[in-house]
Design a protein around this ligand. Structure first.
Ligand SMILES: [Zn+2]
Length: 260
């Protein structure tokens, strides 16, 4: 399996990263995608990736919750780092109206800019959206009008089947499914039941959003076991098929072989 969205470079893992990776290895997790957040977490991301050559792949981008008073300095940092080395994707980028809407116009502008950069660099995007669906549609409609749309993934997807169909209509997009699918009464479970496996990627978003039976605790990559099993149960298929197809999807989207 591939954990296509994990922040194991964060301080939550500083004390037991090697043990965490050993558990992931036994669970069958072979690769990791590290989405960037901002300049503050950059050093941790890069130094952790160096411990895991050929297994961990870093992205570059400005997270929407880090679009604040410092946005100009942060986006310059991203532009500069994009020139310095190879990245597996642009991300995570997007829109977040949950924590604050103060910088929503700026979030939309920087999301649009980073989507266009991804097209120009021929890189996939990792998109974070929370409580900003209307704004998301506005940016995507505008990009579609400019005929610029990168391939990518809507990470931590939790929408309805209608939302899935609309987002899918914008282009070559996958949908990242994580711990939320295991929660009691999760709406996304009904959506996943109707989505083809060919649209799905596995992700943990560790250390956040741990699946049942560890809900509320620190999440970690080995918990892809629970997430993939839940998807198999929902779809009435065997877990090996879920793991194989979602791994193929991740390989197709991120083209890891180009980077090792
Ligand atoms: Zn994330």
């Amino acid at each position: 399996m591939i954990d296509t969205h994990t922040h194991i470079y964060e301080n939550e893992f500083a004390g037991d990263l090697l043990e965490t990776l050993a558990r992931a290895e036994s669970a069958g997790v072979k690769k990791y995608v590290f989405p960037a957040i901002d300049s503050e977490s950059y050093g941790r991301m890069i130094s952790t990736q160096k411990l895991m050559p050929g297994k961990a792949f870093c992205c570059m981008g400005l997270h929407p919750t880090s679009v604040n008073e410092d946005w100009e300095r942060e986006i310059s940092f991203v532009r500069e780092k994009l020139q310095e080395r190879c990245w597996v994707a642009i991300g995570e980028i997007g829109l977040d109206g949950h924590w604050s809407r103060e910088f929503m116009d700026r979030q939309m502008e920087l999301f649009r800019e980073q989507m266009i950069i991804a097209c120009e660099m021929d890189l996939p995007v990792i998109i974070h959206v929370r409580d900003a669906t209307d704004e998301l549609y506005r940016v995507l409609d505008e990009l579609k009008g400019m005929s610029k749309m990168p391939r990518g993934v809507f990470h931590a997807f939790s929408g309805s089947y209608g939302t899935y169909l609309r987002l899918k209509s914008y282009g070559d997009f996958y949908f990242g499914i994580g711990g939320v699918v295991t929660f009691k009464n999760a709406r996304v479970a009904e959506t996943v039941a109707r989505m083809p496996l060919e649209s799905l990627l596995l992700e943990t978003d560790a250390p956040y959003l741990a699946p049942v039976p560890n809900r509320g605790k620190r999440n970690e990559p080995s918990y892809l076991l629970y997430i993939s099993q839940k998807i198999a149960d929902i779809q009435g298929t065997d877990v090996e098929t879920v793991r194989r197809i979602t791994t193929e999807n991740a390989e197709r989207l991120f083209e890891f072989d180009k980077f090792v």
